[in-house]
Design a protein around this ligand. Sequence first.
Ligand code: IMP
Length: 441
Amino acid sequence: MPGIVIVGAQWGDEGKGKITDLLAEQADLVIRFQGGNNAGHTIVREGVKWKFHLIPSGILYPGKLCAVGNGVVVDPKVLTEELEGLRAKGVDLSGLRISANAHLIMPYHLLLDTAGEARLGKLQIGTTRRGIGPCYADKAARLGIRVQDLLDPKILKKKIVAAMEPKRLTLRPFAKSPELDLQSMTEEYLTYGHRIERYIADTAKLVWDTLDRDDTVLFEGAQGTLLDIDHGTYPFVTSSNPVAASACTGSGAGPKDIDEIWGIAKAYATRVGAGPFPTELDDELGESIREGGGEYGTTTGRPRRVGWIDLVALRYAVRLNTLTHLVITKLDVLSGLGSLRVCTGYRGADEATFKHYPYHQSVLHQATGAYEDLPGWDDDITECRTEEDLPTAARDYLAFLSEFVGVPIALVGVGPGREQIIWTDAGRSSAASAASAAQRA
Ligand code: IMP
């Protein structure tokens, strides 16, 4: 103990990577538990930019145990490229572990993802086209190919044949695609197997052993609560469970192993891809927040949709994840915008109003935000390092959010740099902060 979970409390891209990086310094193990290379984050270390899609960024601490858990879907091409990139920059990879039970994204998953979106036409989800959905679909259909299969040529080939067979019709337009050739696909994947063999491990046991030693495990989520396949804005969601509960299934930990659950939210809201977004700002103000916050996808480069913070959705995320701590990132992006709106309810069709997140898709699609206006601030807050340094209006804004959702704010982000963070009292007294004491000294 302790086990600390980090999840996105909105639609992803909340800045989880930076917070994980911060808390990882003193953690003994960092493990990712779901999603794949649809995720991506950039962290800035001493002026150098690092981009990660699969490997926890904790790997930048020499020798740190960093695991890719069983709940993650792994594109071995992307993984080996990421590994080679890190190795070329002299990063010590000795702490890397990859679950033997993680499922593999295969070339046909990429084709099926793109074809599926094309077929949906106007109804498309706006996926990252990384093959995530088809890979999880095969996992559920018991047709998945796992990391451990890369080490056995016979089994690998057999499983590829079995997995492709039911897809024959859908894959017919790609029949001549070289990447679908059985022999070369098998050979390519065996090569990946050789490259990652030394990192393949029983990561569930690694989690248990670390917790049983009373060491700290950081469970790193990807995407965000509202993209959860069960609890998000279905069908405009990802194909895994980004909620905290899945830190257990995706890593092998049990529910009692979790001590703190940190939810990360931006001071405003963004979403990539299609789907309901009640507080969306489809205007110049939205455009200026997009520019100010650099709201373009790390993975796909797509401009993100932007809106006011949605406290109805955030309160829903608090309950779903049983958040113990909240982190508000990018507060600096709101500087100089004038009065700030916070969404505290929804207006539906026929003058209906909602205080709770509606479970019905049609209701949610028609919902627009009902707002309270709070005073903004003009001061540059990027140099603030304590709550007292912040202008009163910024402090009041944070207090409003925290009170509305009923969770203390532990950290506030005021810029992209690692040091541009404010620890609050709640943050300082957390188990995670014990792990990060060096950061605050
Ligand atoms: P998929 O995960 O590629 O299948 O995409 C499904 C939905 O999740 C799309 O709306 C994507 O834009 C969204 N999505 C997936 N990964 C991320 C992420 O890391 N950040 C934000 N949105 C994401």
